[in-house]
Design a binder for this molecule. Structure first.
Ligand code: SF4
Length: 499
């Protein structure tokens, strides 16, 4: 387990003592004081947030945004006009790390330019803050501290609630000291942090943080810590408020939703122990038009969850069920705790109760020493399940994980060949699944303007696929009916038939 506990100069406690003003921000049932200096300096100024990675990071972005807005700051997408830049990092793939290093490099130039302008009395300071999973791995954190002195504040995934205290302390010291707060506070679940949502129709709701599974290729248990579930009351309250605000969709989030509640030892809700199935049912009963959840873990996925999906129309007939590999020996090396046969049996039980279920998955190709036979087992599983969509990756090692130390004699070219073959087989299943939707009229949640054509809107079908259709921007955030008339493999084109 990770055991990082860095609190750099000045320590948080010292920082808290120095805050003398009576300016108060309230969250987590506590009052948080912010100094006059900070409030005056940042009031009306702008901030920029760049988020990498998964839904957990996107949800964290909304908290970061909420905290900065409570300082009366405004969000901007123009990096050149802001006073605070936050880079919310991801450690899951090497590629994401490299993007962050490139971004930090660009901000260095921006800071240098602003410093020159400052000498012309423009009075402009720029605070660069780094947070997210990357800073939770010791080697990366050491590199960030030693190689990038112009990062002003570094805070860990367990320390988001300290953001304002850190900014306050940094400004009180006139930016003389860089602050690093990557202290592990696993066990805490902080409720009621200010939140500024990224949209007003679909919201992520955390149900649990961290992960105890330790899949051998995954860095998440080291960066996000052990599993901590929120209480049912707190989750339901957040969902009820979202419903009152008119949200059309909630997406319940956990690294492994199926182990929800296992850590809540003596806790009961309405006199009963809780499970993901009981939570999902309580959320379904709130009658929010759409309820989804992410991510499922095959061996912990209970039949009771299938029953809840089948029973409630507002729980979408869509399950993201990562398999990672169809080979039992690879699954063992991955420390995934199920076999190909168990996975397929679960899929059969799901399809028996919910015939129109859409299943998506994650697959890693080229896990260390994957043999051709092992790869063929994956192809066989993919053919049998026939997924509606999939996220596929060629394995890349993450420093600090068990798999990174495994010998790997499979040539990269062979992995690329297998990846192409996997894509071909997956697409056969996707084409088959798409035929079920062609020429049908389906409900769509309109999520925005199409990325490729301004005159078109994009929306999400129940099966989580995108459909593009002509329509007015005023429909964004609404549920509409669309006739699906063209299959584009990974999306559809359609025609609006009912607003
Ligand atoms: S279940 Fe496995 S892959 Fe998913 S977050 Fe946990 S360790 Fe990572």
């Amino acid at each position: 387990m990770r055991n990082v506990n860095y609190i750099d100069i000045p320590s948080l406690l010292e920082a808290r003592k120095r805050i003398k003003s009576s300016n108060v921000i309230r969250y987590n049932n506590k009052e948080h004081q912010v100094s006059e200096v900070t409030l005056n300096k940042l009031k009306g100024k702008k901030y920029y947030i760049k988020t990498h990675g998964c839904q957990a990071n996107i949800r964290d972005e909304e908290t970061l945004s909420g905290l900065l807005s409570s300082l009366n700051m405004e969000r901007s997408e123009d990096i050149n006009e802001v006073s605070i830049i936050v880079i919310n990092t991801c450690a899951v793939r090497e590629n994401a790390n490299n993007k962050v290093y490139a971004e930090i490099g660009n901000i260095k130039h921006l800071k240098e330019k602003l410093n020159k302008d400052k000498s012309k009395d423009k009075n402009q300071d720029l605070i660069l803050i780094l947070c997210g999973c990357m800073v939770e791995t010791k080697d990366t954190l050491d590199k960030l501290i030693n190689v990038y002195p112009y990062i002003d504040i570094i805070l860990g995934t367990h320390n988001i609630d300290d953001l304002i205290t850190l900014i306050d302390s940094y400004l009180e010291n006139k930016g003389k000291n860089r602050l690093v707060d990557v202290s592990s506070k696993e066990g805490d679940v902080i409720e009621d942090l200010p939140t500024k949502r990224n949209n007003d129709f679909s919201a992520y709701v955390n149900i649990a943080f961290g992960c105890d599974k330790f899949c051998s290729y995954c860095i998440v248990p080291y960066t996000r810590g052990k599993e901590r579930s929120r209480r049912v009351e707190d989750i339901l309250l957040e969902c009820k408020l979202l419903k009152e605000e008119g949200y059309k969709e909630v997406i319940l989030l956990g690294q492994n939703v199926d182990s929800y509640g296992k850590d809540l030892k003596d806790y009961t809700y309405k006199g009963n122990k809780v499970s993901f199935a009981t939570l999902l049912e309580e959320v379904a009963k709130l009658n929010i038009p759409r309820v989804r959840f992410l991510t499922s873990y095959p061996s912990e996925f209970k039949d009771e969850v299938i029953d809840v999906i089948a029973k409630y129309d507002n729980v979408m007939n869509y399950i993201h069920l990562p398999v990672q590999s169809g080979s039992n020996s690879v699954l063992k090396r991955m420390n995934r705790r199920y076999t190909k046969e168990e996975y397929l049996a679960l899929v059969d039980r799901i399809k028996a109760k919910i015939p129109n279920i859409a299943l998506s998955t994650d697959i890693i190709i080229g896990f260390p020493n994957e043999s051709n036979e092992e790869f063929l087992d994956t192809l066989d599983l993919v053919r049998k399940v026939s997924y509606s969509s999939a996220y596929t990756f060629i394995y890349s090692p993450r420093e600090g994980t068990l798999a990174a130390k495994m010998e790997d004699l499979t040539p990269y070219q062979e992995k690329v060949k297998r990846f192409k073959e996997l894509t071909r087989v997956l697409e056969e299943g996707i084409e088959k699944d798409n035929l079920l939707h062609l020429n049908k009229i389906e409900e769509v949640l309109v999520t925005g303007v199409s990325k490729t054509n301004e005159e078109y809107l994009s929306g999400q079908l129940e099966n989580n696929k995108t459909v593009n259709f002509k329509g007015d921007k005023s429909l964004i955030g609404k549920l509409v009916k669309v006739k699906i008339n063209e299959d584009k493999l990974y999306s559809f084109n359609g025609e609006l038939v009912e607003k």
